[in-house]
Ligand binder design. Structure first.
Ligand code: SF4
Ligand code: SF4
Ligand code: FES
Length: 263
């Protein structure tokens, strides 16, 4: 078993080209950020995804290789990793989208504390969620019924598709490069707040927290989060920008400020 410390380039296999029968997978091994890449030879067949290769390596060469997964269907959000340097779900990354003539690197998400091999500790995300005021219903109408328009139902629907894979958190430079874990909640939780704030039946107000505790102003709309979301959620355009507009309206609109002073 050889070791290496480089990241391979990736170019998908041209359509119609036969899959190589074997490929090299360069997988991160080690614990708590102390580790290195190890090369494994994998037998390739049509239709395989990266998670299949990891399972094959577990079964034949490295039974102690740690990996987190559950559904193998892109729905549980457990198998997040960096494949050839790109944040992706291992179970949804088909081998025919990778250049198998080069070693394929598979490493854990680098933004979160490393546990072992491909597994990271994502518990910070769950602590963040606990800091966000949950849904709080408005009183029902006089007839005891809550009503909302179909448009209001539809608008936050895409945010409900989130599978909490945390790939968007992994790629956000405010967390990854600037380590603002105490001050910034990241794109996953900005869409969670958008889902709550856009619900007309909710009477919570999270705008002050967004400005002062969760520092939405740190987001400079690079859209990196949107690009990696496996659910195709328009995180920046449909959640973050509307939330930023609400914060600006609430706290920086001079007419509203004047109104607040007199109120
Ligand atoms: S758009 Fe904002 S939240 Fe998304 S990755 Fe960039 S800085 Fe982070
Ligand atoms: S918004 Fe997308 S990338 Fe972020 S946690 Fe949810 S599904 Fe994953
Ligand atoms: S194993 Fe569930 S999303 Fe990949």
């Amino acid at each position: 078993m050889a070791t290496a410390e480089t990241t391979a380039s990736a170019a998908p296999r041209p359509a119609g080209a036969a899959a190589p029968a074997a490929a090299t997978f360069r997988i991160w091994r080690g614990q708590a950020n102390a580790g290195s890449f190890a090369d494994f030879n994998a037998t390739i067949s049509e239709g395989m995804v990266v998670l299949d290769v990891v399972h094959q390596i577990q079964a034949t060469q490295a039974p102690d290789l740690a990996v987190r997964w559950n559904c193998k269907a892109g729905k549980c959000g457990s198998c997040s990793a960096e494949i050839n340097g790109q944040p992706k779900l291992m179970c949804m990354t088909r081998l025919n989208t990778l250049d198998l003539t080069q070693p394929v690197t598979v490493e854990p998400m680098r933004t979160f504390p490393h546990v072992r091999d491909l597994v990271t500790d994502v518990s910070w995300n769950f602590r963040v969620k606990q800091r966000i005021a949950p849904f709080h219903p408005k009183p029902a109408g006089a007839d005891g019924v809550w009503r909302e328009s179909q448009a209001d139902v539809d608008r936050p629907q895409e945010f409900r598709k989130c599978i909490e894979c945390f790939l968007c958190q992994d790629v956000c430079h405010v967390l990854r490069e600037h380590n603002k874990f105490a001050e910034f909640i990241g794109p996953r939780f900005l869409i969670h707040i958008a889902q709550l704030e856009m619900n007309p039946l909710d009477d919570g107000n999270r705008l002050a927290a967004l400005k002062d505790d969760f520092n939405i102003g740190y987001c400079n709309i690079t859209k990196c989060c949107t690009k990696v979301c496996p659910e195709g959620i328009a995180i920046t355009d449909n959640a973050i920008i509307p939330l930023k507009e609400r914060v600006v309206d609430e706290f920086y609109d001079p007419v509203r400020r004047l109104f607040r002073v007199f109120r």
